[in-house]
Each structure stands twice: as structure tokens, then as C-alpha cells.
Design a protein around this ligand. Structure first.
Ligand SMILES: [Zn+2]
Length: 137
């Protein structure tokens, strides 16, 4: 009769605890992605008269959304789409000239030890059941 109750509960606890422990080890041994932001500094110029229209800073390149253009005189201008910009001088199309990639690392590194989940141990109840099984068998 007792052997029936022994086989009724699946060995869930051990199979669940293992991968979680492994994940925690991987987190510590592999270097995390550096917390720096890559951004692109794009210079826009007219293709006809090569007049400089300004510079904008973007986190993704190519960009199709709104950007803030810093004009040569230092004033900032929000533009919805730089593809639609036209040269003030001759009305020519605008193309990106020099594109500079910069890496910012202003943020402090994240403290992963505070985020660690406090799980992974099998419930006490299961441990007791297992030790009981061992003693009765
Ligand atoms: Zn022009």
C-alpha cells in the first residue's frame, strides 16, 4: 500500500531547482552588456550647394522618425522627418554627410546582486517527504 503513495508524486522539485541554479551561474560568469548608449551624430547638407543645414543626434541609424536638428547657428529645430528637409538657400535635397558613431557610458553599472530572485529551493514539505521515503524504504 505504501509503494502506491510513493510513486504518486512526480519528482518535480529536483527538476525545477536545477535550471534556475544554472541560470544564476550564467548571469555571474558571462559579462553583461555594457550599459552604454550608442548614438549617431549625423550632419545634414544640401546636395546642390553643399550648404550645411545642421547636425542631429539619433539612437538609431537610419532614422525615419522625428529628430532635433541643431542648426549651424546653434538653434535647435524639431523636424518630423529629415528626408523632407529642403535647403533654405537653393531648395535642394538634403543628404546626410558625415555620420559619427559615439558610445556614451554615463550610467553607473547596475547592481545585479540586489535583483537576484530569492527562489530555487524546493519546499520544505517535499524535502521531508523525500527523507521519509528514504527511511521507510
Ligand atoms: Zn542648397
Amino acid at each position: 500500500m505504501q509503494s502506491l503513495t510513493d510513486t504518486s508524486h512526480p519528482p518535480d522539485a529536483s527538476s525545477e531547482a536545477d535550471p534556475e541554479d544554472r541560470n544564476r551561474l550564467v548571469d555571474h560568469s558571462t559579462p553583461m552588456k555594457p550599459t552604454r548608449t550608442r548614438h549617431f551624430i549625423v550632419q545634414l547638407g544640401c546636395i546642390l550647394c553643399s550648404r550645411e543645414l545642421g547636425v542631429f543626434d539619433t539612437l538609431a541609424w537610419p532614422v525615419h522618425g522625428p529628430v532635433v536638428l541643431v542648426q549651424p547657428d546653434g538653434s535647435k529645430m524639431q523636424i518630423a522627418d529629415w528626408h523632407r528637409l529642403r535647403c533654405d538657400n537653393c531648395g535642394g535635397s538634403v543628404l546626410p554627410g558625415e555620420i559619427t558613431v559615439e558610445d556614451d557610458r554615463g550610467e553607473p553599472p547596475h547592481d545585479w546582486s540586489e535583483d537576484r530572485p530569492r527562489r530555487g529551493r524546493p519546499p520544505k514539505r517535499l524535502v521531508e517527504q523525500r527523507s521519509q521515503n528514504g527511511s521507510t524504504a
